[in-house]
Design a protein around this ligand. Sequence first.
Ligand SMILES: *[C@@H]1O[C@H](CO)[C@@H](O)[C@H](O)[C@H]1NC(C)=O
Ligand SMILES: *[C@@H]1O[C@H](CO)[C@@H](O)[C@H](O)[C@H]1NC(C)=O
Length: 676
Amino acid sequence: MRNLKALLLTGIVLCCSSFVDGTAARSPGSHGLPSQENAVEIKMVKNGVVLDNKLVQITFSNPGGDVIAISYGGIDNLLEINNVEGNRGYWDVVWDNVAETVHTQNKLPGTQFKVITQSPDQVEISFITTYNASLHRGDNGVTVPMNIDKRYILQQGRTGFYTYAIFERLQGWPGGRMETLRVAFKLLGAKFRYMAVSDTRQRFMPTAQDRARGKPLAYKEAVLMNNETSSPEFSGEVDDKYQYSAEDKDIKVHGWISMAPPVGFWMITPSDESRIAGPFKQDLTSHVGPTSMTVFSCSHYVGKEVGLKFQEGEAWKKVFGPVFVYLNSAAPSSHSSSMIRTLWNNAKDQMLEEVKSWPYNFISSQDYPSSNQRGSVSGQLLVNDPYIPGIPVASSAYVGLAAPGEVGSWQRESKGYQFWTQTDAKGNFFIEHVRPGHYNLYASVPGIVGDYKYEVDIIIKPGSKIELASITYKPPRIGPTLWEIGIPDRSAAEFYIPDPYPTLMNKLYKGSELDKFRQYGLWSRYYELYPHKDLIYNVGANNYGDDWFYAQVTRSVGNNKYVGTTWQIQFELNAVNPGIYTLQLALASATYAELEVRVNNANAKPPLFSTGLIGDDNAIARHGIHGLYWFWSIKVPSTLLHKGSNTIYLTQTRGGTPLQGVMYDYIRLEGPAEKP
Ligand SMILES: *[C@@H]1O[C@H](CO)[C@@H](O)[C@H](O)[C@H]1NC(C)=O
Ligand SMILES: *[C@@H]1O[C@H](CO)[C@@H](O)[C@H](O)[C@H]1NC(C)=O
């Protein structure tokens, strides 16, 4: 039943932790035989349930199923004791009814507590909410029409617990949209002051009070800590939770550290399978609060067009998680950096163990298939572009299974499970641990424009081992490249990202080229760089790293007014061949934007091409360097082009706010198809 290997490894870790009762830790010699002495216990207390394995005690509200206390490592409660019990550790959703007259956060209080399994070495408990359609008929969709089963698992000898949730809708229930779905923990502010999101993104953080005394900037999430009563070390800095977002594929472990005593609180997400919208979806991680969470679904960086939308009457079921809430401790030391390193490295090691143990074999729910009930798909991905010599292998490509759909549909898909991997240097991929189901196979190849979809549906049954022969992506291509701007990789990171304002910095990213885009307020550098005239890019003379601003934002014209802008691409043609030229246009983000393309006539009506009004991924405001990916092949008749100088006009027509516009991924002009 249990995962002995992970237990033993944790045991080894525990033996070196000074704040853990050494006698309680499983000794590596015991070979996983349960010991009664340290058995996991369930204790019923007034209005609560406690799970206790002598190393950690977790208290849940009963029957609500919120985590109200976590006792570990010499700290009575790692959660914020000044918060009401329902605002410490919880699952929650944001729910809209079909008419969108209801937009509520709901913490999914359970109404029924159940012990699912209980043995000396593991306890799994459940808090269930049951939707009663007849009871809630006529409540205008206020009650979330879902059965929700929140599960918690504590194992013997483990310093941490698992949580997952099963969401289910039955036929006939009201429709609506679940915008947000997450599990969140609000930690004890007096202790947890150091936050780690990755090897390079970690720092001592301001407190919630420092934030509260600061000045909100363009939106309430961004605050300038300019108040003399704030902690002086943060004075003049901007805090914004979006500066700590990451792509889901990279969100595996993050959390907080208390220095005295040295204790770490970590959220480990070993698999991305239940999160929505594919590997590049960005989500919040940890931020000032101190808060730590795992986001499964949210409109951040994708907009309202993505999310869990249900038709009236639609049935559905999905398991979110499990995630592992991992706690560790270190020997006290006068060197805070060495304690931090010890705790962070140990948390990363634990993350690797959890990834290795996925899918877990100790989950009771029939809705979470174990490894022998899952299947795999392997193969090799090649790229066949007649203008790239040979048929190269697609190395470091992202290959994934997601619900059947159009090319690229996975970035908007949310109701099913997705399974992604990266190809090796030879283009080989192996997608394992796939739940039984009906999928399409998709890929995104860095350096190659567009999106790949394998034409044959993939049906996974328990134990399936599907071996595809070489499969070949034929990317969009009509004729030879005349010029290109950027790198086709779904991101605007290679373009010009200006320096942050010294008065609006997050010092964590000072001097970092990689994370520069996470600084606040970069959009307004545009009006400084281009005070009178919009950006003009000359294909022969300019380079995109210096001369192509990372976002085509609106222009400030005073009085809090912002208008759309027109960028120009100027280029020379030695000759114009009769036929159809092609503009391959890929965007990395769009927010309330409409992009029009004109050739050699800035005022042509109608434009050669318009995207129409698209996007609300808000990647400009939220310091993402991309949101959703958009791609078009635009036909340019040769009659619009001249021998000699030409100009393509890119007009973003929509104005109103400083935070709207587009980010480009890649632009390529191709000549007419050549005769073979
Ligand atoms: C649902 O609510 C109705 C009306 O109060 C009640 O009669 C019925 O027993 C409830 N159904 C369940 C399954 O609890
Ligand atoms: C600083 O914070 C205090 C306490 O919240 C507040 O009363 C005061 O007005 C703030 N000062 C400034 C300059 O914002």
